[in-house]
Design a protein around this ligand. Structure first.
Ligand SMILES: Cc1ncc(COP(=O)(O)O)c(C=O)c1O
Length: 376
């Protein structure tokens, strides 16, 4: 799926020097390295501020709380995402409200969110769109809904560093926005790390306090926060990698075009004339600059295809096999099968193919040849 060693080989010397610089300084938590990372990451996202923290999961929680989500509120989000999208809402004391996804992109569908807001009554709400697989959700629509209903937007941009919508970058739209630098992400640390971005300096200051046990001064606590500080080593690694991100994202886009072309030329993709073909490509919207964190197709006989590919040495992944509203731990929310049919169907037919900037064309050809062999 992802060979991290190829990227590491290309930057090994610089990365080791950066880590070594932190070891020599013996300053491991927050400090000047994290401050410098925050300035550079905010600039990369064209946001006013960035706040480094321990993971994308924590960035979501910090973002929700700093954006003013309170116990008893509800947050409308996608049921077709990673678990942390919903668990962070519960950690903030709020209730996740799931609205269905657009079947062409699998991103949260603004018309479903609007219906949910109109039927929501007096409860205070926030909206959390997820930029799934590296394509921004329809941010023009979500910004209008946020303004019309007076509710904050919190972007789950964990998969979308460097992606944009209508020319505006992920992480620059919402009141607070969360990024993950988990090692498999497009911009990745040497372990867990995350950040939130915001255009509101007061919100950033609140998040900085929350990530450090809810206090600005050591041993004085204004509220109960968490230990979610960013390590200086992770900041140093990210600072080495950031200047390469645009090139890596372009490499992913180019490889996505190669997959599209290979699948299409093999006669595997659905077209007007070939509507029974086994593979459906997801749509990239005209407003979206996709960064292909994942290259995902929708396929017939998904699980059999996956086993067949595995036997031939091709790894694939399923993001995500169980939609959030049907997770056992959320049974108490009262959703039942059939409630969000687009997300439920996607959970049955999505398949992510190997994708990273150093993937070779012959490897992509092998993947598609194996898919064609399965369906022949
Ligand atoms: C959409 C989404 N949200 C949140 C997260 C959580 O990020 P982390 O793993 O850094 O906690 C992830 C990471 O996989 C993600 O993909």
């Amino acid at each position: 799926m992802l060979d991290l060693s190829r990227q590491y080989a290309s930057l090994r010397q610089e990365l080791l020097e950066a880590v070594s610089r932190i070891c020599d300084s013996q300053k491991y938590i927050l400090g000047e390295e994290v401050n410098a990372f925050e300035r550079e990451f905010a600039a990369l996202c064209t946001a006013r501020e960035a706040v480094g923290c321990a993971s994308g999961t924590d960035a979501l929680w910090l973002g929700l709380v700093a954006a003013g989500v309170k116990p008893g509120d509800s947050v409308i989000t996608s049921p077709f995402s990673f678990f942390a999208t919903a668990s962070s809402i519960i950690r903030a004391g709020a209730r996740p409200v799931f609205a269905d996804v657009d079947p062409q992109t699998l991103n949260l569908d603004p018309s479903r969110v609007e219906a949910s807001l109109r039927s929501g009554g007096a409860r205070r709400t926030a909206i959390m769109p997820v930029h799934l697989y590296g394509q921004c959700a329809d941010m023009d629509a979500f910004v209008s809904l946020s303004a019309e209903f007076g509710v904050p937007l919190v972007e789950d941009a964990a998969q979308a560093v460097g992606a944009s919508w209508s020319g505006k970058l992920a992480g620059s739209w919402g009141a607070a926005n969360a990024f993950s630098f988990y090692p498999t992400k497009n911009l990745s640390a040497f372990g867990d790390a995350g950040a939130l971005t915001t255009n509101d300096p007061a919100l950033a200051e609140h998040a900085r306090s929350l990530r450090n046990h809810g206090g600005k001064q050591r041993y004085y606590h204004d509220e109960i926060g968490a230990n979610s500080r960013l390590d200086a080593i992770q900041a140093a690694v990210l600072r080495v990698k950031m200047p390469h991100l645009a090139r890596w994202n372009e490499g992913r886009r180019q490889r996505a075009r190669v997959y599209d072309h290979l699948l299409h030329s093999a006669g595997l993709t659905k077209t007007g004339a070939n509507s029974s073909a086994p593979v459906t490509l997801l749509k990239t919207r005209a407003q979206a600059e996709h960064i292909f964190h994942q290259y995902v197709i929708r396929v017939h006989q998904r699980d059999q295809l996956r086993d067949f590919l595995k036997e031939r040495g091709v790894s694939t992944e399923i993001y995500y096999p169980v939609p959030l509203h049907l997770q056992k731990c959320f049974a108490y929310l009262g959703y039942t099968p059939g409630g969000l049919p687009e997300a439920e169907q996607a959970a049955k037919d999505v398949l992510a193919l190997p994708m990273f900037a150093e993937l070779e064309e012959y490897e992509q050809k092998h993947v598609v040849d194996c898919i064609a062999e399965f369906y022949s």
